[in-house]
Design a protein around this ligand. Structure first.
Ligand code: BGC
Length: 745
């Protein structure tokens, strides 16, 4: 019989051999790359560092919406003459997986003509699923996944995204976005996991782990790209690609941890912030790229620039006098691959810079070694040609089921006066508003096209909110009137007329799809016409439900009071409409919680983890809804908060337990969230900080204990000397309305 000791020995032998196996693999990889590097010419090396967009190797049809065609001569030139290491993006819209295989196959056929046969790594933005693969499973966007607080669904959706991307023949995904969503104006807020560092770093880590898996060469895994390093998400103006001012202490406290977690999880690539921090463009910063990311965090993968951003160092940021100087600056700062993306200027300048001795060969070798290692790990040297059998894995029924589950879990109920919701299925409902009858609005950017706004390209078998409600309660019970457009009148009067025959009104407001800079706004308010539509409908006196379909929190203060119920749907993806209808009519009990503070006023943009002074009267944290807010159709009672001790020391972590009871009449899910406050600290402490969350499900009357563990490190912060410290003293732990003090020794 195997005793415990036997098992222990067995475990240590296995671990040892695993470790040795890993080491052996690493040294094989090192040796392979070293040998290959020694055979490469300067041109081949600089080619590896060059990434061009697919446009460069395509026939220019003169019409962006004509079908795509590769240009065999240009492709040959890219690979044989310029030795490009990477190609990215899509022509204009999603291709079928079969066509992707053709493209990747054609690229590889050219690689096979070269002496060293170094595979090209194709990269794509598979942001909420395989964006550019026709028919792919497209999940709720990250901001919505953050609202779900459901790590299991995050794992599953990341697994599926990786699988469908690889099945399309593409081994590299430019995601996750790990900037902190702390400026709601920023048009890329919905690509983030929200305003809280703990939430974003927890989700970002899991995303990276599930993109890459245990073995990233597997046919269902891809390399992740943690982006956009660093500080991109909080431009002072709120406009995309504009400067941020972030004190270094704050940078380390709030913005660095998500990237540190991604590096720790083994993220193979990192993409750089297009703009600047404190006047220093990140693409030109030796400090941010080499000292902080590579040396301090120990990032071993490669850094890719963002789109055209080396050129931008002289065209836009004005820190380089010309293109050549920009290339020199960027490469010396630590960028390993340039997303050029339109030409070979980077290649030409860099060769010249190496020949003149301005860029040392050691820097080139370092960059190329990093790139080759990632290609090696991805298994591309074995084969970069996709297996046609993988195509059957795209958009399976099972994946669509996971997608629907995810969409249901993100739904966040913000108001439900007198149980207006759920609506009765046998009553007549008016469905109206600019987001009521479009699938594109549910998905937003990075869907089929970059902007995601081509409604005609969306799969007709998916539902709009109107269609999902019609399916749920029967067409005869649904009246439809478009109401207003996003920012133009449309036909408000007709919608008001139509409301006369309805028992309740569902008015869908929000945003049209956008991505990156085209999504810049000057005002967080909704366009006036949407307020007008709502007010006119509310004036009918019928029960009125507002559904918000939007990538960032647009101000609803002028109309909130008149709404009987409000459901926040974010950008819930391809199954989003069904999930919305499920919640509106009570087939699903909503359980999402806001991943950001929903502001009440355009200029009152305080985050939940503000300082005491920011909320000392007459100041207050008075958002429309706070971070972590979300109602349910049932009620949860929090009780008996207990700590394993009232002292936490470096050696004895604290166990915190609370009992949650479903005290209502419906089964429901609840994200139990643990916050702490440092009562006195050398850097003014936040009023509270999220330190843990667990989503549980409870039947009516059922109770569960939820336990968290806090250790000394969890209570640490960056001090004045830029050191991470935990200062002894009084702390408070808060769960729901309950709180208890403890002492850190
Ligand atoms: C975006 C990146 C994206 C890249 C490639 C850039 O404009 O900022 O997030 O990965 O384009 O599409």
């Amino acid at each position: 019989m195997k005793g415990k000791k036997g098992i222990a020995v067995l475990i240590s032998v296995t671990l040892l051999s695993l470790a040795c196996g890993h080491k052996a693999e690493k040294s094989e990889e090192d040796q392979f790359v070293r040998e290959l590097l020694s055979k490469m010419t300067l041109e081949e090396k600089v080619g590896q560092m060059t990434q061009v967009t697919i446009q460069v190797v395509s026939k220019q049809t003169g019409n962006a919406h004509q079908d795509h065609q590769l240009d065999p001569e240009k492709l040959e030139e890219a690979i044989l003459k310029y030795h490009v290491g990477s190609i990215l993006n899509v022509w204009d819209k999603a291709h079928t997986p079969e066509y992707w295989h053709e493209i990747i196959g054609a690229i590889d056929a050219n690689v096979q003509k070269t002496q060293n046969k170094i595979p090209v790594i194709y990269g794509i933005d598979a942001i909420h699923g395989a964006t550019y693969t026709a028919g792919a499973t497209l999940f709720p966007q990250s901001i919505a996944i953050a609202a779900s607080r459901n790590l299991d669904l995050l794992r599953k959706s990341a697994d599926i995204t990786a699988m469908e991307t690889r099945a399309s023949g593409i081994p590299w995904n430019f995601n996750p976005v790990l900037g902190m969503g702390r400026n709601p104006l920023w048009p890329r807020l919905w690509e983030t996991f929200g305003e809280d560092t703990y939430l974003a770093k927890t989700m970002g880590r899991i995303y990276v782990e599930h993109m890459q898996g245990e073995d990233v060469s597997a046919d269902n895994r891809v390399a992740a790209c943690a982006k956009h390093y660093l500080g991109y998400s909080v431009p002072t103006t709120g406009k995309d690609r504009t400067p941020a001012l972030i004190p270094i202490r704050e940078l380390r406290e709030t913005f660095l941890p998500t990237f540190a977690a991604a590096v720790d999880a083994g993220a193979l690539t990192v993409m750089v912030n297009s703009s600047e921090i404190n006047g220093e463009p990140v693409h030109a910063s030796y400090f941010y790229l080499t000292e902080l990311l590579k040396n301090e965090l120990g990032f071993e993968g490669f850094i890719v620039t963002d789109w055209n951003d080396i050129n931008n160092l002289y065209e836009r940021e004005k820190v380089a006098k010309d293109q050549r100087e920009a290339v020199k600056m960027a490469v010396l700062a630590g960028n390993d691959m340039s997303m050029v993306p339109y030409d070979y200027s980077f290649f030409i300048h860099l060769i010249d810079l190496v020949k003149s001795g301005e860029v040392p060969m050691s820097r080139i070798d370092d960059a190329v070694t990093r790139i080759l290692k990632v290609k090696y790990r991805l298994g591309l040297f074995k084969s970069a040609v996709p297996d046609p059998k993988l195509i059957a894995r795209i958009a399976t029924t099972e994946s669509q089921k996971v997608n629907l589950e995810a969409a249901r879990d993100v739904m966040t109920l913000l108001k439900n006066e007198n149980n207006t919701l759920p609506l009765k299925k046998d009553k007549k409902v008016l469905v109206t508003g600019p987001t009521a009858n479009k699938i594109s609005v549910l998905n937003g950017g990075w869907t089929i096209t970059w902007q995601g706004d081509q409604e005609a390209l969306y799969p007709r078998e998916k539902y709009t909110v109107l269609e999902a409600i019609q399916k749920k309660i029967g067409k005869k019970n649904v009246i439809y009137a478009p109401g207003s457009d996003f920012d133009q009148n449309g036909n408000i009067r007709q919608a008001v007329q139509a409301a006369k025959d309805a028992d309740a009104i569902v008015v869908c407001l929000g945003e049209e799809p956008y991505c990156e800079t085209p999504g810049n706004i000057n005002d967080l308010s909704l366009p006036d016409v949407q307020y007008e539509l709502f007010k006119a409908l509310a004036a009918t006196g019928k029960p009125i439900v507002m559904v918000l379909i939007e990538g960032r929190p647009r101000i609803v203060r002028p109309i909130e009071e008149k709404a009987n119920a409000i459901l926040m749907a974010y950008l819930p993806g391809m199954e989003g409409a069904i999930a919305i209808a499920d919640v509106l009519f009570g087939d699903v009990n909503p359980s999402g919680k806001l991943p950001f503070t929903y502001p009440r006023f355009v200029n009152d943009l305080m985050t939940y983890d503000h300082k005491t002074s920011e909320a000392t009267p007459p100041n207050q944290y008075n958002p429309q809804w706070p971070f972590g807010f979300g109602l349910s159709y049932t009620t949860f009672k929090y009780d008996n908060l207990r700590l394993s001790s009232d002292i936490l020391s470096p050696k004895t972590p604290l166990t915190i337990t609370v009992t949650i009871k479903n005290s209502g009449k419906k089964a429901g899910k609840e994200s139990v969230e643990l916050y702490t406050r440092d009562e006195v600290a050398s850097i003014t402490p936040s009023v509270r900080k999220l330190k843990g969350f667990k989503k549980i499900e409870l039947q009516p009357g059922e109770s569960k204990d939820v336990t968290f563990t806090l250790n000394s490190e969890d209570l640490s912060f960056i001090n004045r000397d830029l050191k991470r410290v935990t200062e002894p003293g009084d702390f408070t732990v808060m769960i729901g309305e309950l709180s208890k003090g403890f002492i850190v020794k």
